[in-house]
Design a protein. Sequence first.
Length: 439
Amino acid sequence: MEQMTLFDDRKQTAPLASRLRPATLEDFAGQEHLLGEGKMLRQLIERDQISSMIFWGPPGVGKTTLASIIANRTKADFINFSAVTSGIKEIKEVMNQAENSRRMGVRTVLFVDEIHRFNKAQQDAFLPFVEKGSIVLIGATTENPSFEVNAALLSRCRVFVLKALEEADLIKVLRHALTSPAGFGPQNVRITDRQVEAIAAFANGDARTALNTLEMAVTNGEISADGLLVTDEGLEQCISRKSLLYDKNGEEHYNLISALHKSMRNSDPDAAIYWMCRMLEGGENPLYIARRLIRFASEDVGMADSHALQVAVAAYQACHFLGMPECDVHLTHAVTYLAMAPKSNALYTACEMCKQDVKNMRAEPVPLNLRNAPTKLMKDLEYGKGYEYAHDTVEKLTHMQCMPESLSGRVYYHPTDQGEERAVKDRLNEIKAWKSDRR
């Protein structure tokens, strides 16, 4: 249990992340959805009108920093409390102190880091004091508070969800560290944009990881007469990824994703897995790879195996739930499935042909027989006239024309004989033959 001294200025020997902890909202990076101009949390902090709340988000996104900013701005007593080192006895002591302050007309803001580590009894000890206003509770957690925080306590707190930082936010943080007097500003560190971007990619949304990695890279840099040089070799050792230093927005990025697509299209699972792993090792966001697999599932497999789309979407969800490094096996699963699936680009071809017609031809009105008629006026205008309900027939088919008149007979979808699409082709031929025979 600590008072405000937790957020006092650190000596230069403190870790870089501690030395550079933002003290104001203006210096805070990311979380624009909460802290942008006019957003609720920003207004609450600026007006010193904090109510009990929980910050939920992954590590290194600013939960403790927000508490630090609140501590610097509030006129209330601010107490920091760690769920790792505190028990029921310490909770009761703080609650008694807060109750005495309340009677004197002084608010107490209590910040509980890692609140999910408290058991039910410990969390229950806060409840009566939150209810009667003795304390304003601010909890921070990396776990879903719906599962880790008692329902009664959770119902009295507003939950703010903090997101993993974007790479642009991390690059901003790293650039500030390189120029700030509290960081490496006095040391004339020479580091390339590509290296900074590589550190940001490696950090995977975690500002603390980004700053710790930068600190390690600078510490292991080469000292010269005109400053300190961060080398690719030294940085590779810090991040333990040999090929991370490739430009994710440049040619190599597109070369690798092209190699992955074409290997899967050529039904070569070994090559596909290799190129996928190259991308991951290079620091590529696994969700980007998963999104490309979802596209591939419909563009290159399509109706030949409709399960391919389900597998690709499931892989995306798995990557979202787990992240790196665990999700690499899910991507391998999806890549292998797609590489071995029967291939058909009939859906892609149909879509592209149709888009051209929609773009280049006049926008035809919807035929009357396909229009709904929910009002009397619409019925009087013959909306719905001539509509044939397919379920009323034995074959579940009708002769009704569904295309605009100018596109009558136009065919976009040409199914192949690959995989399950062969059955689709047979079914489509049967439908066309039935309509032709009864025309």
